[in-house]
Design a protein around this ligand. Sequence first.
Ligand SMILES: [Zn+2]
Length: 253
Amino acid sequence: MCFDDEVALNVLSIPLSRRFGFDKVAWKPNKKGFFSVKSAYIVAREFSIGHIFASASTGDPYAPLWKALWKAKVPSKVAIFGWRAALNLLPTRVALTAKGYMGELQCVVCSQLVESLEHVFCECSVARDILSAPPFFLPLSTLPWKEWLLERATTLPSALFDKLLILLWSLWRNRNDALWRNHSQTSSSLVAYSLAWYEEYLQSQKSFNPTWAPLKASKRWLAPDVDTLKMNVDGAFLPSFQHGGTGGGGPPE
Ligand SMILES: [Zn+2]
């Protein structure tokens, strides 16, 4: 294993034991020094997930961005999208080349330039239409994408940063619609649709009553009389998403 100079100096400065003994391999995450898949999983999980959630207290320069993302009043799928976008984890065509993708590289929305993350959110004509104007001020000069997001997270009021997340998410969804459904929206309809959808989401959150609890059954369920079919049904409807569902069933045979 190769260490950088600083680590190597630290290793060399470790005082050696005066007692005679043989070197041995030890796995620090396990109290007895034994390696186990379980302990390796815990280390990997802490490395890949834990530092992100704990980044606000570890001197991570992007801590304000992570904090703004995780406290944003947006659907969780939008916050997770924002986190993946910030870390360049979205499957743009350029990103896919690192995984062996050999197909077209042009942007699926404008067909003008290669589809990198920066192109989708900073250069593509739809993105520029939506984000160049105040209050988002997408810069004309090339700015590293993550730096721009960090700057927006630290300068925009939280409500505007939340809207920015919604608009970025709608740009990515528009790109996916163009790729998989051969259909994309104009910038004006994209803004109108996504902000209306977001407003409805906010309203649904306001009307949500956390003290709600299922009604207690007033009486115990009773088996029906012989030769009588009894069916139990229930339903729910979520207006903000225009989705509902019902279910029903009878007692097992
Ligand atoms: Zn484009």
